[in-house]
Design a protein around this ligand. Sequence first.
Ligand code: SIN
Length: 307
Amino acid sequence: MGRTVLILGTGGTIAGVSATPDDHVGYRAGALGVEALAQALPELSGLPLSFEQLASIDSKDMDFVTWQRLATRIQQAVTDEATEAVVITHGTDTLEETAYLLHRVLDTPKPVILTAAMRPASSRSPDGPQNLLDAITLARSAGVHGVLVSLHGKVHAADRVRKVHTYRVDAFDSPDGGPLAFVENGCVRSLAPWPTPSGLGIKRLMRSPWPRIEFLTNCVDADGALVPLLQELAEREARPLGLVVAGTGNGTLSTALEAALMRAQSQGVAVLRCSRCAAGPVLGGELPSAGSLSAPQARVELLLQLL
Ligand code: SIN
């Protein structure tokens, strides 16, 4: 028996159940255990897999405590000689944040693959079984490493992946550069080098208190009035404050919002600027740029900077 692939369940639509096979929106996410999902795949029988249910949540409710537990468990597992790789089943809604967090904190040469589904397990044509099978294929393929997101036959880098559609099964993309690989008919076709996790370490996730990181967006008549209110709130909570601002176009901000953020920055608030556009980096400008990270990923980046 070879080394084991650990399959960690966290919930999501992939484990969702609805009242009727045609209902793709009115279901309960995270209703089934991860082992039950794998049992529906005869192709997996006899493979060295182990299963753990870390959480059973709709990923819109993912929280910092669950992130601490998830990152800790994965780091522990990949440090164990007996583990070949880890596959995580997750909801699609916050998958790009969890993937980016793991990419930044884990320290491992082994593959850590996140997968999910857009249709519940009870659907007439669920996408979860194929996605889970592909994720396990990827995890067991020679030479694969890094934190990767595998859905709908595409493999994405954790720092570029974005959820780009609200309900279609092909809901994920890497708009700035494309996928790293495809999983086709049980084989991995690689298009680009596999990434290496940054290895910041999971210890920083144990620090307390966690900073308050809030989102702001530039838009017509953005006046920055929320900035001092958020500063007051963070002061009352005695938590460091970080502000991620999604600018227009190349991260541009209204004069008033920029002034409010510059003032806050000079008073010790950490600011990171990304774009409300669906793709492309933020170049130049006075306030720090998050490069081509999405707003949710920029929030994770700022969180890690402040922890
Ligand atoms: C969730 O994110 O847990 C629900 C939505 C989904 O998985 O597609």
